[in-house]
Design a protein around this ligand. Sequence first.
Ligand code: G3P
Ligand code: MG
Length: 267
Amino acid sequence: MAELGQKTLLRLTDEKPLIIAHRGFSDEAPENTMAAFHKAISAKVHMIEFDVRLSADNEFVIFHDRKLERTSEGKGLVKRLAAEELARIDNGSWFSSRFSRERIPLLRDVLTLTKHGTAGAIALNIEIKPDVESANGTPVEAMLVEVLVKARALHHVMITSFNHKMIKRVKHLNHEIATGIIYNPITNFRRSPSQLAAAARAEFFICSKYQVNHDVVNDVHENGLKIFVYGISSERDTGRMLRLGVDGIISNNPALVKRAIEMYRNE
Ligand code: G3P
Ligand code: MG
C-alpha cells in the first residue's frame, strides 16, 4: 500500500468500504497482540485498529482496558507498571493456552512491523484511550506525535479517540496526521457528526453499528467527511453497512466481513 497521509487516506476510502481489523483479528487471537496483528495482515485487511496507553515510564503500549485483569495474567493498572514489567506479563493465556507467549506490544514495535517493506505498509488506526496521561507532565498528544514522526509513520496512521480534545490537539501539533473522533452517545448526543468532527478538525467520524443510520451517513458525506462503523460481526451487519454506504467497517472478524462483501457483490 502506498503512503497514506491524510489526503491519501481519504482517497483510499474511495475503494470503500475499507476493512479494518478491530484490536487485530481479535476473533482468532487475543486482542491487541502481535498474533492478532499478524492474523489481520494475513487476512489482507486494509487497516488494523488498536488501543494505546502509557506505561509508568511513558512508553506507549497497546492495551484496551485501564486494568490488566480482563485480557492478561497481570493485575492492577497498566499505568502503574514500567514497560519492562508489562513486557513480562502473559498476555495471551486468557484467550487460549496456544497464545501464552504473547506479550503486551509496544507501539514502536507495531510501527516497525507495519512499515513499508516489512509487512507491506499496512494502515493503522491508533486509538488513544481517553484517560491517558503522561507521568511527567508532557502532553500525551505531543509524545504520540513525536513517536510517529521518529518512526516516519505519519503517512500510514490515523489517530482516533473518544476524547475529542485530544484529537484536536493532535491536529494542532501536526495537520498532516489523519484523525477521527469516536462518537460517545452520552456526552455527544446534542451535536451532529459533522459538528463534532469540525470542532475537533477531524476527517473521520467513527460510531458503532447501533448509532449509524442514513441521516448520520448523509451528514458525514455532505460535509466531506468519512465514516467508519465498529461492531460489525455478521453477514447481515455487513449487508446493512454496504446499503448505508459507510467508508470503513471495523470488525473483530475481518475475514467474515470480506467474504460477506464478496457474496453481496456477486448476488
Ligand atoms: O474505534 C472503534 C472502537 O475501537 C472503539 O471502542 O472500546 O473497542 O476501543 P473500543
Ligand atoms: Mg478501540
